[in-house]
Structure formats: C-alpha cells, structure tokens
Design a protein around this ligand. Structure first.
Ligand code: SAH
Length: 493
C-alpha cells in the first residue's frame, strides 16, 4: 500500500482509539497516525511529523470536532510534563478506557473470552455448552482523584526558576543567575522544568520540595549536571504516610559531603510539618538510576510508619511501597476477597515486597509464605509482621521462580497463590510451578495488562479459568491500570 501522507503535510485525521501511552490513534485513508492529545471520536487538523512504513506521528494543530469526554486539563504544566497522560479526558471516561484497555489485551494477547458488558453479575452472555468468559468489572475509581500520591522523586537542576508557573528554565551556564530548580523532565527529554505544584501529589510533598529548593538557594547548593558529572544535589525524594502524617525526605547527592548540612537539616525541621526522617543517599555514578548504594540518616528515624487498613508498616528510603494508599487498600481487600480465605488456608504471596499483601492475607489465613527478591524488603516484611503481632507469616528472600519450587519439594502445599509481579509479568518457571502445585485459587495482581494477558493464557492452558477481574485506578490521569484477577483450578469449580 502506498503511504497517503508525507512529512510536514497538513492532514485531517479522524481519531479512532488511544494507544497504551494515551496518544490518539488516527486514520487518514486507512493509514495510522498517532496524535498526542487527541481523543477517540475527535477530528483534528494535524501536521505530519514522521512517517514510517506502517504508521506515522502527527502534531495536532486544530481541533475540528471535539469529544464529549474532553475536559480542560486542570494542571497548568500538563502539556510540558510527561507525568500525566489523560488529564484532558473526563475522569469517568478514563475509567471506562482503562477497563476497555484490559479487555482488549485479554482478547488480543491472551485470547481470553471476556463476558461482555460491565455488569457485575456477568450473566446472560453464555452460549450453550461454552464456558463463561471472564467478568471484567468496571474500573474502581477514586472519589477525589487528585493529590493521591504519597511519594515524589524530583530531579534537580540549575535554571532561572519559576515562582509563578511553568516557564521553562534554561539549563546551566546560561546566566550567572542560575539557581537551584527542581520539577520534572520535559516530555521525552532530560531537560528539567521547574515546578511548584503537582496536582497528583500529596500537598506535603510539594511543600517539602519547595522548601528544599528555597534552602538550597539560600545556601548556594548546586544541582548535579548530567553532562559534566559535577554539582551536588541529584534528586529529592519525599514520602508521606497518609494515615500517620510522618514524612521522610531523602537528599540524593553526588558525593558524601553536604555543605552546611546542620543548618539545612535545622531549617527543614523548622519549616516542614511532620518530618520525622531526613536521609542522605549517595549516588556518584553517571546513570539514570536514582538511588546509589550508600544511605545514611542525617536526622531522625531510618523509617517512616504508615497504616493500611489498620496494619502498620515501617517504610525505609529504598522500600517499595504502593504510591496511592487509598486505592491500595481497595486493591488488597479485593485480593483477599478473591483468595476466599476461611482461616485455615496455606497461602503463598509471590513478589511480596515489604509484606503488605502478605499481612492482609495473614489476618484471614492459616499460614502465609512471602517471597521477594530484594533482601532489604524481606527484612522490612519480617519487621512489619512483628510490629503487628502477626505470627503466621514467614518470609524468604530470593527469586519467586527459585524459592517456590524449593518450597514445593519441602512439602508446602498452598491452597492459594497470590502473585504481584513487576511490569514484565511472571517468570515462566513460576507459572510452571503454579501449574504443578495446582492450588485451588490463584490471585494475580498486575500492573501491566499485556503481561497479565500473556500469563493468563499459560494458566488457562494449564487448567485454570480466569473467573473475574477488578481493574483498580491506582494512578488517575495516567495511562496505568492495576488489575486483580481471580483464577480457579477447573477441578474445584
Ligand atoms: N506485593 C508488593 C510488591 C509488588 S511490586 C506490594 O504490593 O507492595 C513487585 C515486587 O516484585 C518488587 O518488590 C520486586 O522487587 C519484586 N520482584 C521482582 N522480580 C522478582 C522475582 N523474580 N522474584 C521475587 N520478587 C521479585
């Protein structure tokens, strides 16, 4: 087929869908053009930026027909910042799109039949003799989908600053007046843009970053420069316990020594409420990885505490802890519900992190076995079990695909296996082990619908049936969607 568009040409594009990155999928005479910021159902005038064999990219110039799902993005820096992708879409429409995104992946990648309709009863769609498809419930959204994040990781740079808004900062060397700024990388670049407020962050995090910048400016602190490898402050990480209000601040520095560190600490303590922990992490490597290996406490505790559904967690600077605590509780409760516990079951929690899901499960199970690859997280998990007086959970550090087969040899027989893998999904060997152990239920918590669909295919081929699924909106205004899925072994149905 000949390509109907060429670079720099202006075209009229009809938008028919959204990619998993939130770009509009447009069509011009059957040719696919991706148009950032355009929504399904819209028609735009756009300029072609790039043409490849199968598809191209275009920049929207004018909106000719608007979707009823379109809203004004409330954030003034939405267009420059890559952090959110769906602020221009009505929240209810975001939730509908997320469910559909899960369904599309299940059908296309997993070849899994979905019981159509968003109804929670899931009846009425079954054809005679055919197994019912998986029920995908409507995405569970937030009543107030703003200011939901407990953690910010803010890159620091030198520039002109912006006391009043989004003005892009010049990078170092531009003028003598360059000062400490911090915010975000402009979309698909490493240029730092100064930011005063992020509408999806807890206000405390905004306050911490603003304060650190102000103090840094007063003290003449320099920011790290990726190009030259010079300068001190690389990132500021801040995390607040939504229930406890405790706040940890981590200064990630290019080098051990922080000039005037006492006065820095003192000013932070005087100016930011709730700070219970100020930590330094040293990273001198030329890398995009935020954290280095050395972490030391400058003041206060090495952890902050937070609570999820009445369970307390100690969280250290490097711990993985879900960023949206309200939705995390909803997600974990659903995972526990799907586990169908009566108080006697053996449950394995694979990819357990600091033992969060494990401890939710332990309250209703006989015994819980958690496994996680990061040894420090396992230490946290044990500490968290003890902190809550939970004695029926044990933890082991190692790869799930290595440890669980060994548990099998040792005679551990799980009734339920919960998995919560990173984006790349479950290791093939782990899936094999699950099929060999045949627990009655598998509860799959996923942050990536495509690897979820791939893994569900393996489990279905091995005798499981995906019964129902709950997408949970952990990251409003972004394209991310978290899903929890219940699978039951066919013999038990
Ligand atoms: N269930 C936890 C953590 C989920 S994030 C929570 O809800 O907080 C996924 C976790 O999997 C991370 O902690 C990561 O360190 C861990 N991980 C990654 N690969 C792993 C593997 N092969 N085996 C065990 N854990 C792994």
């Amino acid at each position: 087929m000949s390509i109907p568009v060429s670079k720099n040409e202006e075209v009229i594009v009809d938008i028919v869908g959204l990619t998993h990155e939130g770009e509009g999928v447009g069509r011009v005479e059957g040719f696919t053009l991706f148009v950032q910021g355009a929504l399904p159902g819209e028609r735009v005038r756009a300029k072609v930026l790039k043409v490849k064999k199968q598809y191209g990219y275009a920049k929207q110039l004018e909106l000719l027909k608007s979707s009823s799902d379109r809203v004004e993005a409330p954030c003034p820096i939405y267009k420059q910042c890559g952090g959110c992708q769906l602020q221009h879409m009505d929240y209810a429409a975001q939730l509908r799109w997320k469910r559909q995104h899960v369904v599309d992946n299940l059908e296309r990648i997993g070849k899994i039949r979905v019981t159509s309709g968003a109804a929670s009863d899931g009846v009425g769609q079954e054809e005679k003799g055919e197994a019912p498809g998986v029920i995908v419930h409507p995405t569970m959204g937030m009543d107030e989908p703003w200011r939901y994040r407990n953690k910010a990781q803010v890159p620091m740079g030198m520039g002109m600053g912006s006391s009043s808004g989004p003005a892009a900062a010049e990078t170092i060397g531009a003028a003598g007046a360059a000062q400490l700024i911090g915010g975000f990388y402009a979309r698909s670049s490493h240029r730092i843009i100064d930011m005063d407020a992020c509408l999806i962050q807890h206000e405390r995090n905004d306050e911490v970053v603003a304060r650190i910048k102000a103090i840094g400016r007063e003290l003449g602190i320099t920011a790290y420069d990726e190009e030259t490898g010079r300068g001190l402050l690389r990132h500021v990480m801040t995390r607040v316990g939504f229930v406890t209000g405790e706040t940890m601040i981590v200064l990630i520095t290019n080098g051990q020594r922080i000039p005037q560190v006492e006065s820095w600490v003192k000013r932070i303590r005087e100016n930011v409420a709730g700070v219970t922990s100020i930590v330094q992490n040293v990273n001198t490597r030329k890398t995009n990885v935020i954290f280095g290996d050395v972490t030391r406490v400058l003041w206060g505790s090495d952890v902050i505490y937070d609570e999820l559904d009445g369970i307390r967690f100690a969280i250290s600077a490097r711990s993985f802890y879900q960023v949206n605590p309200l939705q995390t509780v909803a997600l974990y409760r659903k995972a526990v519900e799907y586990a169908g516990l009566t108080g006697t079951e053996n449950v394995i929690d694979a990819y357990c992190g600091i033992g969060t899901i494990s401890l939710f499960l332990a309250r209703q199970a006989g015994r819980v076995y958690g496994v996680e690859i990061v040894p420090e997280a396992i230490e946290d998990a044990r500490r968290n079990a003890a902190l809550n007086g939970i004695a029926n959970a044990e933890f082991e550090a190692g790869a799930a695909e290595v440890v669980i087969p060994r548990w099998r040899e040792e005679g551990i027989v799980p009734d339920v296996i919960v998995v919560d893998p990173p984006r790349k999904g479950c290791d093939a060997e782990l899936l094999e082990t699950i099929l060999a152990m045949k627990p009655e239920r598998v509860v799959y918590v996923s942050c990536n619908p495509s690897t979820l669909a791939r893994d569900l295919r393996v489990l279905e081929d091995g005798g499981y049936r995906a019964v129902e699924m709950q997408p949970v909106d952990m990251f409003p205004h972004t394209v991310h969607v978290e899903t929890v899925c219940l699978l039951i072994y066919k013999g038990f149905e």
